[in-house]
Design a protein around this ligand. Sequence first.
Ligand SMILES: [Zn+2]
Ligand SMILES: [Zn+2]
Length: 400
Amino acid sequence: MTPDMTTSTARKLQRMQALADEFIGIRQRIHQHPELAFEEHETSQLVAERLQAWGYQVERGLGGTGVVAQLQRGDGGKRLGLRADMDALPIVEATGLPYASRRAGVMHACGHDGHTAMLLAAARQLAHGGQFSGTLNLIFQPAEEGGGGALRMIEEGLFRKYPCDAVFAMHNGPGVPQGRLVFRDGPMMASSDYVTITLHGRGGHGAEPHRAADPIVAASSVVMALQTIVSRNANPMEMALITVGALNAGQANNVIPQTAVLELTVRALTREMRELLERRIKALVAAQADSFGVRAEIDYRRGYSVLVNTPAETEFAREVATELLGAEKVDRHGPALPASEDFSFMLEQVPGCYLIIGNGDGEGGCSVHNPGYDFNDGNIAIGSAYWVHLAERFLAVAAQ
Ligand SMILES: [Zn+2]
Ligand SMILES: [Zn+2]
């Protein structure tokens, strides 16, 4: 890093610090008016209005309530995508904050209000004072919390209409020191799949088991057998998870029921492991059912993909962070996380990197999805300065 670079990054941080109050206000306003997946009407309205006023070409309604804002400058050929999510959760807020949710049972408990505000602040700075040459695409997506808003935007033509050479996203991370940026190469967040297994037996009198085919005994055996997939089929050095979260069968002590139903959550940290788990669950359940004389019906629903950061873009994102904040504020090799994230769908289409910005709170602090959670407003300046620096480096004027 040259001394020039040091002054310019310091200036970037100062500039965003000066803008921070306005965007903290916007963050708290979004926090006060949270909206659930695909219902982000007011939020997307607020976002779109601002972006339009700053000179972006704005499309609304992509993927339901998604917003894409584009700004072209100079004759650079590179195209960058930056993504923020806008949705809240069905949680009754218990923070007691002056700007707590005014919508009963809906809350920004995952900090997406902060993601939206950080990207907006960066958008404003890039429009007014940004030194770049190329195409900037800002993606404000709906429904990250289980609704797959990213996938819907992609299906409705996101990257066809707004091609990107790389795409980046940032999530706040409780328990990580405030403002610290955390990176990880390759697989970072787990896939999440949902499986419903219905075992069809033959009901009968509880005193005449020999005339029935008992789905409860079969289901019990299936639950135990499933444990062996993780312990015996999966490589012990790799993450694999199968949880039987529900097992429902029968209503009376003297009746053998017709069916038993199991509900599973399945997670993995590589695409290969995800395939292995699906293959083994299907084979094992079919064989178990057969051995008990019952029939298994398996509904295997694929949820979010494994989130995989690509090497070159991750290294670039890390370099940008180090230039801006110094090596001591950057965690170059953070841990993988068992949660899942639909930015994974974007990373299946376009290379890029997902990173964490520390929310502070220390170990044992409040976690996301908790009624007491709140995004740390101290990160508005840091996160937005990071986006500005990343955009100016990716779409560098001199490099084209
Ligand atoms: Zn969440
Ligand atoms: Zn989230």
